[in-house]
Structures are given as C-alpha cells and as structure tokens.
Design a protein around this ligand. Sequence first.
Ligand SMILES: *Cc1c(COP(=O)(O)O)cnc(C)c1O
Length: 404
Amino acid sequence: MRYKKGLFYIENVSAKILAKKFGTPSYVYSYDKIKNNINNFKKNFKTINPLICFSVKSNSNLKILNLINKFGLGADVVSKGELIRALKAKIKPEKIVFSGVGKTIDEIKFAVSKKILLINTESENEIIEIEKIAKKNKKKINIGIRLNPDIDAKTLKKISTGKKEDKFGLTEKKFLELLKKYKSSKFINIICLSVHIGSQITSHIPYKNMLNVVKKIIQQSKYNFKYIDLGGGMGIQYGNSLNNLNYSKYNKLIKSFLKKNKSKIIFEPGRSIVGNAGYLISKITYIKQTSSKNFVILDSAMNDLLRPALYGAMHRIIPSKLSRTRVLKKHEFVGPICETTDKFLTVSDYQKLNQGDIIIICDVGAYGMVLSSNYNLRPKPVEILINKTSTKIITKRQKLNNII
Ligand SMILES: *Cc1c(COP(=O)(O)O)cnc(C)c1O
C-alpha cells in the first residue's frame, strides 16, 4: 500500500485529489501495475513461449486494450462486441481467439470474415454451423474444441467452469467422438484443444489435475494439436485471500507436459493482468450507527461493482487518509441501492471515519466496470488511467440526462 504522509497514492496522484478532480465514484487504473503484471506474467512463462490472449471480458475498456496491444498480448473474446473492440484496439486477428458456449451464426460469420486465429467450439451443433459457413465460403476454418476435464478448481462455486455439471466444454468421451468425426473434414481444421476450469484459482494443483486429463486425452486421440489453450483463471490476492497462484510452479507443470506434447501453449488471463490495477474511489454519504454496527453508506453501489453481491467476493476497503483513532465496532460498508446484497464488506473494527471521507475499494480492475449497470437509474462511473502524474479520462461518467 502506498501512503505518503498519511495519504493514499495511486502512482503519483493521491486518491483525495482524484476524488476532488473527477468526483466519485470513479474507477482508476494504474498504467504501471498493468505493465508490471504483463511483464511478470511473460517472465514467469518465458521458457514455454506462450501466446497470451487477454480475456477481454474482464476489462473491455478501449484504452486498456490499447495497452494490452502495446505490451504485445492478443485477445480472448466472447462476443461480437468484444471482437470489434479488440480489433479497434489494433490487436491483430491472428492473435485473437473466440470462446463461449453460445456464439450465434452472425457472430461466427463475423469472426470468420475477420480471419481470427481460431474459434473455440463447445458443442457439436456449433461445429455443424461452422462447417456450413465454411462450405458456403469455400474455406477451411480453424477451430479448437473445449474439453470439460471435470476438475474442481477449488474456487468460488459461481466461477467454476470445469466440472461436469457446468455448461462449459465437452466430456472426454464426446470430445474424442467429435475429434474422430471431424478431423478429416474438408471445411474444418481442428488445431486446438482448449480448457478453462474457472477463475481465481490460487493453487497449482487444479491445473496439475487438468494437465493430466489433457495429457490422457491427447494420448488416447493420437492427434497432434497445434495449440493447447489452457485458458486463464490465475488467482490474485484479494481481501480475504492473501494467496495468489504461483506462476513458476504452474510453468514447471506445463514444461513437463510439453516434453511429450509439442504444442504451442495459449493462455487467456484476465484477472491476473488487470485485477489489482483498478481502484474504485468512493465517498461516504452517511454513517449510520446502530447498537451492533456502523453502516458506512457509500456513494458507490452494486451497480458500480457487482462482484460482492454476485459472488460474495471480498475487496479490501482502505481509507484515503490514515487516522490513528480506531473504532472498535463492527463496520459494514454498503451502497445506497434497495437490495440487501448491496454491501461490499464487513470488518470487526476500522479507523475513525466521517461523513464525506473518501475511501478506496481495491482490486477492481477485472470484472468491475464491465459488470456495471444502470440499476436504480444510476449513471455509470468515470474511468481514469493514471501514468505517473498524468491522469486521463478513458471513459466519461454517464450523464443522468442521457440515461433518463
Ligand atoms: C473468463 C474466461 C477467462 C479469463 O479468466 P480470468 O480468471 O479472468 O483469468 C479465460 N478464458 C475463458 C474461456 C473465460 O471464460
């Protein structure tokens, strides 16, 4: 945490100044953190030389995607909108993969017309539609097939994607069946096996289990996949978990996997690239004292940051100005929305807070602004990118007039 003379700084600008200049609630991103996260990711997986496709759904801000492109990453998209945005950010089509269980015909046609690297398919019906489109266009289309390895990612139940009861991917049996059926298709080129077992994974063990399943499938299929797409899911530190995924352990597992399987690895990280680079700056509207706790009522709400309400996620909340006085009473940080789930965090005690104080909700760079809405007819917050002392608005605050 970066406090100088008791004031919290993001790069070289204090949260207090940011709140004054741009108002609250505001999403603020650190250029330096994004850059460091990318460099750190690259460094740790250098020996396997992966293609790193940033998961656009975690943060689809155009200016953030410009940075992603500048630092050499590709993109993993899950809709036509995200694909258009990624292309607009000048990410090269040959570095873009398209994932998702329910791509429409229109989305597939568009992806094909843009000549992206591959489409990760998740059902036979989707493959049939792709084959039809290919036939019509007299082309061979590159696809991946997503395997559901039936692995427990040991993460929040609501963000697990690799168990057999989840809607994602295909069982081993179905995977092998489709591979056999389509590997000599004139219109489809199966170049990739893909998996993604969930998000916010903090132990390398689920990945180890996943790689074992992938290894087994490859042996059984005797098929040579040009790419193995291992998805994303790398966990970061949040308020309730100070663990993050050990990249070097994961890298070792993959290295050993690659000894027998000479494929190019694709990663699709989202959270691990932008999660800790984002802050939501908020102001305290009221403090409501009850006998059991203090409700700290903020001007940001679940419409600005949905993760706590949606998944029970915990984000650290820190003061913009430190105080030595502690209030030894339960504090519950809540939003103003008419929903009981509109709360961010409960702590046993906190430093003394006052109405009008600025606080910062941390680690909101991934699945923050992208999940925001106009619920309660609240305008969406501004987004700001900080690079040292420079502050740039990268999305304007919605105007109430424009949403009414
Ligand atoms: C969401 C998603 C990702 C990114 O997950 P993170 O946990 O943000 O790294 C990658 N691949 C697929 C297919 C996804 O659905």
